[in-house]
Ligand binder design. Structure first.
Ligand code: MLC
Ligand code: AMP
Length: 498
């Protein structure tokens, strides 16, 4: 098979008049029209100097024009780098300086503050607002609606997605055409997605889940997407009437369960509900089944690998398990790392090899090397075991990570920021259980002067950090609990403040 995104996602749909997107205002856009829009933008950006292999950093909000920039990157053979549109200026500066994009697309209100950083590295900045208007789409009628594609091959870079780590600073995971196409192909076959499907899409499009899992599988199978700006439960309920698939994080399902409108009849047109990005509680799986008669299918993935495992479409969907390895992916449990004393020593580090595994971290050969075993397996940082039927269970993490509503939060990054505040000696950020978001971050801080107003610290953090990462609470302590090695014992803090 060919691994070019163009040949799999775009070429088969060039003359497809079927609806690709249904927007919140009811507008329907065909595949053909969407590709024409993307082609015009490609012609425009090429005129402005965009070349193959250039990085396009896209920090605009979820709208059809933002999505069409993904297709623009495929058409022009450049590298798509989507970024959470809510990131603060300081966070954004880091991403620009680390990735050195050639083009940056953001809200017009941000252009003035970001432009000087772009100017320093010779990056062209263009506006695109949530209503689809801005420099990217101005005067598009002057550009041709067809574009001669720059077709890339399997190891060529398709996308750059940042993910943090224990080092605190986010690293750019380089994803190739083969990574993305091979994964979409496996998922389509496994989940039985075809042209008759309509997917409810209410995830952000700057992460693996909402971008690659949802968009690539839909485009590759010619399905329709009900493209909802964010998880609006009224719009989702309405979409159940004519849709067949939903992809979401566990919070979507716990919110739906709490809604009295959820029932068997409300979801009778639906074929499949998929969950991922965070652990789905057995209780949520069971409650959803009791109310709707649908067993949520849970799968497991990550930025560096796309999807690794999935429960089956046909066959048993085990609650609490993330399913079996995808067909062409090898997963092993490394028992030398992890909790050796439990479950007959079957638990260990989950390690992965396959065409889905990324090429490495951008400009970071040391971190890339650390992320792989000598025989080429990617070390996920997730701890788990297989049961006798070959289903994988994730039981913990060997990385200090909080997953809140499906967003990953690396405490080190927040602690580094808090520690920069003039009143702080040290801090520890940890996750506590939250009924809605699964976990939320809170911070224990040791201050120079215990009477210092915590408000000042929280404003400082809010000004520098995207909202979902900001601690929901601050606890002032005289000292942090530490073990003999001087390492902060976050489990003690968790137990005490959960
Ligand atoms: C919103 N807030 C969050 C938050 N989302 N805080 C912590 N964690 C989150 N995830 C903040 C808001 O800013 C707001 O703050 C308050 O919490 C309540 O907001 P809300 O309106 O209730 O939240 P909402 O906007 O509805 O968002 C919740 C959500 C959203 C679950 C819909 O977080 C979401 O779309 N998550 C999906 C993340 C995702 O796509 N992950 C995939 C990663 S890829 P305030 O103070 O203003 O009230 C990956 C690989 C894989 O992991 O396997 O898929
Ligand atoms: P990210 O790197 O942001 O894509 O997040 C990937 C991480 O999310 C994984 O390493 C897991 O820790 C977690 N994750 C993804 N899917 C699941 C799942 N179904 N169950 C539990 N954790 C998950």
């Amino acid at each position: 098979m060919t691994y070019s995104l163009y040949l799999n996602l775009i070429e088969p749909n060039l003359n497809n008049n079927k609806t690709f997107l249904i927007l919140d205002d009811g507008t329907k856009i065909s595949y053909k029209d969407f590709i024409s829009l993307s082609s015009k933008i490609s012609n425009k950006l090429t005129n402005l100097g965009l070349k193959s292999d250039d990085i396009i950093l896209v920090k605009s909000q979820k709208c059809k024009e933002t999505l069409s920039l993904y297709l623009t990157s495929i058409l022009t053979g450049s590298v798509f780098f989507p970024l959470n549109s809510n990131y603060t200026l300081n966070e954004t500066i880091y991403f620009i300086e680390d990735s050195k994009p050639s083009f940056l697309i953001c809200e017009s209100s941000e252009v003035e503050s970001i432009k000087p950083i772009c100017d320093d590295i010779g990056c062209r900045i263009l506006s695109l607002n949530a209503n689809g208007e801005g420099d990217v789409t101005n005067n598009l009628e002057n550009f041709d609606s067809s574009f001669k594609p720059n077709i890339r091959v399997k190891d060529d870079l398709a996308a750059l997605l940042y993910t943090s780590g224990t080092t605190g600073k986010p690293k750019g995971a380089m994803l190739t055409h083969q990574n993305l196409v091979s994964n979409a192909y496996q998922l389509i076959n496994l989940w039985n997605i075809d042209t008759s499907d309509t997917l409810i899409h209410s995830l952000p499009i700057y992460h693996t889940h909402g971008l690659f899992v949802a968009i690539n599988t839909s485009m590759m199978s010619g399905a329709t997407i009900r493209f909802i700006k964010n998880f609006n439960i009224d719009l989702v309920m309405e979409a159940f009437k004519y849709s067949t698939l939903m992809m979401g994080v566990p919070t979507f399902y716990t919110r739906l369960i709490k809604d009295k409108r959820l029932s068997k009849s409300a979801t009778k047109n639906m074929k499949l509900f998929i969950s991922g990005s965070a652990p789905l509680l057995t209780e949520t799986h069971q409650d959803f089944y009791n109310i709707t008669g649908h067993r949520i299918l849970e799968r497991y993935g990550m930025t560096e690998t796309n999807m690794n495992t999935s429960n089956p479409f046909d066959g048993e969907r085990k609650a609490g398990s993330v399913g079996k390895p995808l067909k062409d992916i090898s997963i092993r449990i490394n028992k030398t790392i992890g909790d050796k004393d439990t479950l007959l020593n079957k638990i260990g580090m989950i390690e992965i090899k396959g065409p889905n595994v990324f090429k490495g971290y951008l400009n970071n050969p040391e971190k890339t090397q650390e992320a792989f075993t000598e025989d080429g397996y990617f070390i996920t940082g997730d701890i788990g075991h297989f049961d006798k039927d070959g289903y994988l269970f994730i039981s913990g993490r060997n990385k200090d990570l909080i997953i809140s509503g499906g967003f990953n939060i690396y405490p080190k990054e927040i602690e580094d920021l808090i520690n920069q505040h003039i009143s702080v000696i040290e801090s520890a950020v940890f996750g506590i259980k939250d009924n809605d978001l699964g976990e939320v971050p809170i911070a224990a801080v040791v201050m120079i002067n215990n009477n210092t107003e915590i408000k000042d610290l929280s404003i400082f953090v809010e000004n520098n950090l995207v909202k979902y990462k900001t601690p929901k609470k601050y606890i002032v302590l005289n000292e942090l609990p530490k073990n003999v090695m001087g390492k902060v014992q976050k489990n003690i803090l968790k137990d005490k403040y959960s």
